[in-house]
Design a protein around this ligand. Structure first.
Ligand code: ATP
Length: 443
């Protein structure tokens, strides 16, 4: 499949089947802002739930929080975002295009034929200037007198400013972590590639507080855990790799940084960053707020500002990764079968429930089964069209199991369960269907 076509097909499937819609579409859309439809919201929620389970519920040393999007403006001065969260920007005076100076190779000039900015003889690129990516707004009744505040460009700062609150209200001791899933906003200059780079997105971030000196060991441990998580949600291991930040690439606060990259149709790109942020953030907040953010280590009888190892993944970017990784086309009996081969734990619909025909009491049994299964997981009832078509509709949205109530069901008290990938069927007792599916969708 040609690489570009794969993205086009995926974008069109996402719209047609209710995964992702363009924001404000009836008004012509809003640049790089997307809405999740009925199936997309389930898929993304399942991914976030898997993350939360592995980072918070499965561990004793991590607590969750949900901090507000709006924070005191001083937070962003302390973090360095007001002065330093910038991208270098160049404008073209001819085509009025605006590009990231460090991503000119990936950009396209607005003039035709399609070329990189600067490659047309008529291009007139300005010198790069720094552009702050934070969205600004005002807090208070009158705009002029109100305080400027920002929509947070990352969720991490909400964790740092709550570090003492969590420490004092929980039984945690260093080393411990705080996890959060929430919206972040960046006024990206060159967004694109569907939901890969958007202006409003969700992050799944965890900050792990450790004794200075123990940071590199934890950094290695977190790299391992995070890569294993991406494997656990079904991503193809050979399409994942590490990218180490070289000295020129490292953020000002970081001692070491690795990205987990995925091989998208548009190239290898970051889906998660793992960073050793040292004591930079807590020191800055200590200086700017005047509040001590030290930790007293009873076992060591020592006082220190903890070092932080961060794991930062984008929920939307991982959702795109899961969609790209799952999409496949196969030829079955002379027809093309489109399948989203999701890992069952993230599949938006776990089972389709079908009466084979609309007679002999089949719809009644199917309806009762559907209601019963719905209490445990998201299911879909379908009684329209040939059974083969119904299977295909479920394949296309990645439903791992299809349960069919047929002519034998009433007497034998059994149904067929058809598997999405192998397309094989097996007979299962009617009262065991729930258990059968439940045992196969946990990951
Ligand atoms: P990039 O280099 O792609 O702009 P970044 O290095 O700025 O990313 P981080 O600040 O480390 O990204 O953010 C952590 C994670 O948040 C990224 O790995 C990505 O999954 C997600 N993310 C960051 N920016 C965006 C965005 N504009 N749209 C969607 N997800 C994003």
């Amino acid at each position: 499949m040609a690489e570009q076509t794969l993205m086009d097909k995926l974008v069109s499937l996402c719209k047609r089947r209710g995964f992702v819609f363009q924001s404000s579409e009836i008004y012509g859309g809003l640049g790089s802002v997307w809405d999740y439809g009925p199936l997309g919201v389930e898929l993304k929620k399942n991914i976030k739930d898997r993350w939360w389970r592995s980072m918070v519920h499965d561990r004793d040393d991590i607590e969750g929080i949900d901090a507000a999007i709006l924070m005191a403006a001083k937070v962003w001065e302390a973090s360095g975002h007001v002065s330093g969260f910038t991208d270098p920007l160049v404008d073209c005076k001819t085509c009025k295009g605006r590009f990231r100076a460090d991503k000119l190779d990936d950009a396209r000039c607005l003039q035709k034929p399609s070329k990189k900015p600067g490659e047309h003889s008529t291009c007139q690129l300005t010198e790069p200037r720094l552009f702050n990516l934070m969205f600004k707004t005002f807090m208070g009744p009158v705009e002029e007198s109100a305080a400027t505040i920002y929509l947070r460009p990352e969720t991490a700062q909400g964790i740092y400013v709550n570090y003492l609150n969590v420490l004092n209200s929980s039984r945690q001791k260093v080393p411990f972590g705080i996890a959060q899933i929430g919206k972040a906003f960046r006024n990206e200059i060159t967004p694109g590639n569907f939901i890969f780079r958007t202006r409003e997105f969700e992050q799944m971030e965890m900050q792990f507080f450790v004794k200075p000196g123990a940071d590199l060991e934890w950094f290695e441990r977190w790299r391992e855990i995070r890569m294993a998580w991406h494997h656990s949600i079904g991503l193809t291991p050979t399409k994942l790799r590490w990218h180490e930040h070289g000295p020129g690439e490292l953020a000002h606060y970081a001692k070491a940084a690795y990205d987990i990259e995925y091989e998208f149709p548009f190239g290898w790109n970051e889906i998660e960053g793992i960073h050793d942020r040292t004591d930079f953030d807590l020191n800055r907040h200590q200086e700017h707020s005047g509040k001590k953010l030290e930790y007293f280590d009873q076992a060591e009888n020592a006082r220190y500002v903890p070092y932080i190892v961060e794991t930062s993944a984008g929920a939307d970017r991982v959702t795109l990764t899961v969609l790209v990784d799952a999409y496949r086309e196969e030829e079955v009996e002379g027809e093309v079968r489109v399948v989203l081969g999701f890992h069952p734990s993230v599949a938006p619909i776990k089972a389709g429930v079908f009466p084979l025909t609309k007679k002999d009491g089949q719809p009644e049994i199917a309806t009762a089964l559907h209601h019963d299964l719905k209490k445990r997981f998201n299911c879909f009832y379908d009684d329209s069209g040939a059974i083969g078509r119904r299977y295909r509709r479920m394949d296309e949205v990645g439903t791992p199991f299809c349960v069919t109530i047929d002519t034998e069901t009433a007497a034998a008290q059994s149904v067929t369960i058809r598997h999405r990938d192998a397309m094989t069927q097996e007979r299962v007792a009617l009262d065991k269907v729930g258990e059968y599916i439940a045992s196969r969708i946990t990951g």
